[in-house]
Design a protein around this ligand. Structure first.
Ligand code: ADP
Ligand code: MG
Length: 292
């Protein structure tokens, strides 16, 4: 039977919006030596906003209607931002069918008989398209999250999105540091300059910020961290599911996070608040001392 101390810790954590799938997860959280965090939707709000629409062919409205069509099924925060931007301008998304997604790269679909796609530089390379175009020159510094759009090898344009760190992320990380955690990582599929800007604003050391990652690379980095002791991974996306499953404690964002991430995790952070996570960690440690 589950000790009363654990039951009461589980219910206290639940009141703070941190749901454990069982007492064992709470006990493991007490032992964690390092915390790894996804960026988009996890440390950031996930309420990204479209900042620029840069067509290479056609006009901005054309690009946005295609983009909104392609992104109509995706649960990625970038997709939601693009749909909102199109709606705000009263644009009807184009009809795009046969959409498949490639986590941490982008999506591919069919529009008016032609293959269309959206994604990052990796997707661009896969399609043998190039970003070498005067309209996109200002994106070269890499300071913004960029989604490229194209059809076959033809680049149609790019849309930039900006996302802000959650106010609670910095304070939550600080509380974990105060609790004696010394190993932190940020692991993201986004580009390095964006990752550095957001990560450093939250107190991550540059060498602890890992960017341009595919889902499998997040898993490999979790394995690497695990050599030093138990690892907690916090994430929200389909691209985080494998890392959540591999970590000693997988923690999924509960409200806006994807279904797949929640299933792979053993803790749901319904509050989406890292301060609450730090409080649950504190509670887990106190409980571990009591039952020992
Ligand atoms: P993170 O690991 O920070 O949560 P992701 O791995 O989910 O970031 O995304 C990494 C990059 O992959 C994004 O910055 C974007 O360029 C591209 N991407 C992922 N999903 C989509 C999508 N639905 N539409 C367009 N681009 C996408
Ligand atoms: Mg994410």
């Amino acid at each position: 039977s589950v000790p009363a101390a654990i039951l009461s810790a589980l219910s206290a954590a639940a009141r703070g919006g941190v749901l454990f799938k069982g007492g064992a997860a709470l006990e493991r959280l007490a032992e964690v030596k390092s915390f790894a965090f996804d960026k988009t939707g996890t440390l950031t709000t996930g309420k990204a906003e479209v900042t620029r629409v840069l067509p290479v062919e056609g006009d901005a409205h054309g690009l946005l209607t295609l983009a909104a069509g392609l992104e109509s099924q995706s649960e990625h925060p970038i997709a939601a931002a693009i749909r909102r931007a199109a709606a705000a301008q009263g644009l009807m998304p184009k009809s795009v069918t046969e959409v498949t997604s490639s986590p941490s790269e982008g999506i591919i679909g069919k529009c008016e008989g032609a293959q269309v796609w959206a994604g990052n530089p990796r997707m661009l390379a896969r399609m043998q398209a190039t970003e070498d175009h005067p309209a996109l020159a200002e994106l070269a510094d890499g300071a913004e999250t960029v989604v490229y759009f194209g059809t076959g090898p033809r680049l149609l344009g790019a849309i930039t999105v900006a996302d802000q760190p959650r106010e609670t992320s910095r304070r939550g990380l600080e509380a974990l540091r105060t609790a004696g955690i010394t190993q932190f990582r940020m692991m993201t599929g986004d580009r390095r300059p964006v990752a550095l800007r957001i990560g450093q604003s939250l107190g991550f050391a540059p060498q602890d910020i890992q960017a341009d990652l595919l889902p499998g690379e997040k898993v490999r980095l979790v394995d690497e961290l695990a050599r030093e002791g138990p690892v907690a991974f916090v994430g929200d996306g389909v691209n985080d599911a494998a890392a959540l499953a591999r970590a000693d404690v997988g923690i999924a964002m509960g409200a806006a996070g994807s279904e797949v991430a929640l299933q792979a995790a053993e803790v749901a952070l319904l509050s989406e608040n890292m301060e609450r996570l730090a409080a649950a960690h504190h509670l887990a440690r106190r409980t571990a001392r009591i039952i020992r």
